[in-house]
Write a protein that binds this ligand. Sequence first.
Ligand code: GDP
Ligand code: IMO
Ligand code: MG
Length: 427
Amino acid sequence: MVDVLLGLQWGDEGKGKVVDYLAEKYDVVARFQGGPNAGHTLVLDGKKHVLHTIPSGVFRPSVINIIGNGVVIDPITLRREMDNLHNAGVNFKENLYISKKAHLILPSHRYLDAVMESAKGQSKIGSTLRGIGPTYTDKVARRGLRIGDIFSDDFQKRYDELKAIHLEMASVYPAVEFDFSVEDAKWMEAVSYLKTYQFVEGEYFINKLLDSGKSVLAEGAQGSMLDIDFGTYPFVTSSNTITAGVCNGLGVSPARIGEVIGITKAYCTRVGSGPFPTELHDETGERIRKAGGEFGATTGRPRRCGWIDLPQLKYTIMLSGVTQLVLTKADVLNDFDMLYAATSYKYADGKISDEVPYDMVNSHLEPQYKSYKGWNSSLQGITEFEDFPGQLQEYILDLQSYLGVPFTMISIGPERESLIIREKATV
Ligand code: GDP
Ligand code: IMO
Ligand code: MG
């Protein structure tokens, strides 16, 4: 079976940490969408690692890691990531497989991202500028380059042709600084380096593993509210971040999908522009950012912070068929007297609803909150749910009863070990 772990908010829910923990129970970990816009942080023996393209199973020696066809790959960042892992003494090369059908991010995709975003002015998406949008655009426009193409004789010619199209497209926008001679050379060098890795027909590879009884964990990137179809469009990324994306991002049938593990912070964050109904613009938001170290793992930008939004979570749980929930960063709320959770939205006309509107960008939503007493104590050293302070237990039980899905894991720190498991949790 293919179990899925994905973010239910706007990304950075702690997917890397939880995938790394869960990887021990799986034979295979596979990334199915997104690219180096992702930043998944793992803390092992006090050392921090940030992964962008490589699956978070690489720290488990027996786990096979797959970069699926739905992922977009920038050879420069992938190589840098590989170098970092090698330097940290992690052996992953033999266990890493890359689908030939994954699309390539060219330097000119990054350039296009930069000129288009800069021309948007006030209506910026707040993209990570990793070339994600332009690369998926080329995939759909049927002119993209796939990583399997690096072995073809006319690769350089096709590269030059695609770059010429990009420069033509970019010429309608004001130019931004970009050194193509440096970036092109670095990119080609990284491509040569990557040729020493293992490339596979990803769909056959993964289905054969499944047929032989192997278990797979699909690792989501970004978050469900950044999904190209169901997110806060147009302030979204360019891939399907929900369970449906697993099938076309790996080449597996929906019938193979098993458990769907949805992950949410005990509060909510967003990095980049776009609607965020429960955002706190006050000192409380600042306190959460500070306590949670809420700065982007990819870009270092401060993350916007706010309370947990239950209508939003109910929506993304529905979209992905979530069967279990993980709550992360509960420890970040240790020193708050009161906590709040949005349970519905009040619209400009006074109507109250617990559904996410068609256009969150232009709807004036006033979240309606339920309040909870904080626990005002440290969670350090706690290993059982029953040993949590009563207020935290109540908070979790109340959230899950609203959401209709049980929290089976609660994360109380960045380290692999700081995870409380509730095997038989029910709502
Ligand atoms: P991802 O993109 O979903 O993998 O999440 P990020 O790595 O971008 O952001 C999550 C951040 O929170 C990282 O710095 C993690 O080390 C950290 N983190 C994860 N779980 C916990 C937790 O339970 N408590 C605290 N304090 N930090 C956590
Ligand atoms: P992980 O996997 C948080 C956001 C960007 C921007 C929007 C579009 O670490 O959770 P893009 O670069 O895709 O064109 O940016 O999506 N974004 C993320 N926010 N976590 C991520 O990944 C993100 N990947 C993209 O900030 O608002
Ligand atoms: Mg992240």
